[in-house]
Write a protein of this length. Structure first.
Length: 214
């Protein structure tokens, strides 16, 4: 057996692990004490009038989603969705960086990302349940900027989701504001391929993500 001391890298219970655990506890306490997370969600389902190549005709609007092209003929509707944690957490993170409390800022930001992904997963689950009640299946979610959907579709997805009351918007470059926000679309149909695998398995940044579960 190889002695624990001979194994490279930090070992569980090291000073660095203990320090990070304490910092995470402090960040979690800040989230609760200052009500830094104010979640809001929205989604709407739009019938697809015509699916042609990479474009979906929704009547008064259209979406370009190349990622759905492999089964476009099976799509009967599209759910456009968005969610946010609100602006308070990102402001607190910025204030902590300004105060040179970098580790606490990074941990608070990571917690925000975890909570945002969890909120997005719950919203996607709501869409799947609604689809099931209608006798339909739901595809994996596609986010503007993913492979299969241009970042340029961000504003269209927000408009289709009906996010005005949630205060979600975009920058000139197409990034979402508040920062801790997500927008995505889900294809619905009787024979649409159902979502397979976990979010992390489908993410292009999975190999460099610091909050990915191990």
């Amino acid at each position: 057996m190889i002695p624990a001391a001979a194994v490279p890298g930090r070992m569980p219970g090291s000073r660095a692990d203990v320090a990070r655990a304490r910092t995470r506890d402090e960040a979690l306490a800040l989230v609760d004490a200052e009500s830094l997370i104010q979640p809001a969600t929205a989604f709407r389902v739009w019938p697809v009038r015509c699916a042609r190549d990479e474009g979906l005709d929704l009547g008064t609007r259209s979406l370009a989603v190349p990622g759905f092209s492999g089964y476009a003929g099976e799509i009967s509707a599209v759910a456009a969705a968005a969610c946010t944690l609100g602006p308070r957490l990102e402001r607190r993170v910025a204030a902590l960086f300004h105060a040179r409390r970098r580790l606490l800022a990074l941990e608070l930001d990571a917690i925000g990302t975890e909570r945002l992904f969890a909120l997005g997963d719950r919203l996607a689950a709501r869409i799947r349940r609604a689809a099931g009640r209608a006798g339909l299946r739901a595809s994996a979610a596609l986010h503007p900027g993913d492979a299969g959907m241009s970042l340029g579709e961000q504003q269209a997805v927000l408009a289709l989701a009906g996010t005005g009351a949630q205060g979600i918007g975009t920058t000139a470059a197409g990034m979402l504001r508040p920062v801790k926000s997500l927008a995505f679309v889900v294809a619905l149909g009787r024979d649409v391929p159902a979502a397979a695998g976990a979010r992390c398995d489908r993410c292009g940044a999975r190999d460099r993500c610091r909050i990915r579960p191990t």
